[in-house]
Design a binder for this molecule. Structure first.
Ligand code: ZN
Length: 317
């Protein structure tokens, strides 16, 4: 009689990074990111406690049940910043470990600033959030957004959260990321960006994001590159058709830079997805997909499109 042994589920620690740079000496010392020195300290810590493994091992463990070492750790870097080739790549190479990178395709190709990044830098330059919120409300009202609606949003969305200790930045982010209609949002963000940051978004984007050539260098250096969507949309707020387009275009992008699309990896922008996303990922032969929260990851084929990550701030720096 065959003895059935439960497959041992692989446990994995996945760490998520965004900006990794010399923040204090930079033009934007208030940006919320990880100071490069602290990144190195964190890598020392992680390497002493965990074995840093490769994306390919994570995919095959999740899909085929191949074993991974105890205390395995995967390092992931979102949003395709220049930081990732300037600071992260040399550090990972010198330690002979791999990073997994999730660049937003359209921002890279068209040198177009993501709204989420425009907002980070507007808030970084702003010294009076209350005044900024008033300016934003005035811009909304002059574009026929009703004052009553703004008041409702203020009550519903103007509360502090994990990332915001004050109510105004939380509300400003939500207004400019999804509450306002897309056209108005882009227009207002552009006005506020030029006022506060003093640059055209396009020039700024050129300095902020990796290029396709940078990504090719990173691939040649053994790094892994996965999909982070095309326009970095909140997929749970998109129609099935728009989600499909996001996936197809992001796969074209991966092919264009020479990244693998076999059992490819997805990282949901903003961690957001729904049942339609999962069906599409399956249809397009996605291997595994990460969200942006949840802590410890269990590599189980049934959870392959719902893999959790930790934030860098969850570990010593
Ligand atoms: Zn992102």
């Amino acid at each position: 009689m065959a003895i059935k042994i439960d497959q041992i589920k692989g446990n994995l620690t996945v760490v998520m990074y965004h900006y990794v740079r010399e923040i204090k000496e930079s033009l934007y010392p208030g940006i919320k990111g990880l100071e490069f020195e602290k990144f190195k300290t964190q890598l020392d810590h992680l390497q002493s406690k965990y074995q840093i493994i490769q994306a390919e091992d994570v995919i095959s463990s999740c899909l085929n049940g191949s074993p991974i070492p105890e205390n395995s750790c995967l390092l992931t870097f979102d949003d395709g910043y220049k930081d990732h080739i300037k600071f992260v790549l040399p550090e990972l190479k010198s330690r002979k470990i791999q990073g997994t990178f999730f660049p937003p395709a359209k921002a890279i190709l068209d040198r177009e600033l993501l709204d989420v990044n425009a907002i980070h830098f507007i808030l970084e330059r702003c010294t009076d959030y209350k005044l900024l919120l008033k300016e934003l409300f005035d811009l909304c009202i002059s574009r026929d957004i009703k004052e009553e609606l703004l008041s409702e949003w203020k009550v519903a969305y103007g509360s502090t959260g994990k990332w915001d200790s004050e109510p105004e930045p939380a509300l400003i982010k939500r207004l400019l990321q999804f509450l306002l209609p897309e056209r108005i949002r882009a227009d207002i963000t552009s006005i506020l960006f030029e006022k506060y940051v003093g640059q055209k978004q396009r020039d700024f984007a050129d300095d902020l994001y990796l290029t396709t050539d940078d990504l090719k260098i990173m691939l040649a250096d053994g790094m892994y590159i996965g999909s982070h969507g095309y326009k970095h949309f909140w997929l749970d707020k998109c129609s099935v058709g728009d989600q499909k387009e996001e996936i197809i275009n992001s796969l074209k992008f991966l092919t264009q830079i020479g990244a693998s699309t076999k059992d490819w990896m997805m990282c949901y922008p903003h961690g957001a997805y729904n049942n339609d996303t999962v069906k599409l990922l399956d249809e397009y032969n996605c291997g595994i997909a990460f969200k942006d929260s949840g802590g410890e990851t269990i590599l189980d084929i049934d959870r392959r499109y719902d893999l959790a990550r930790y934030d860098t701030n969850d570990f010593p720096q």
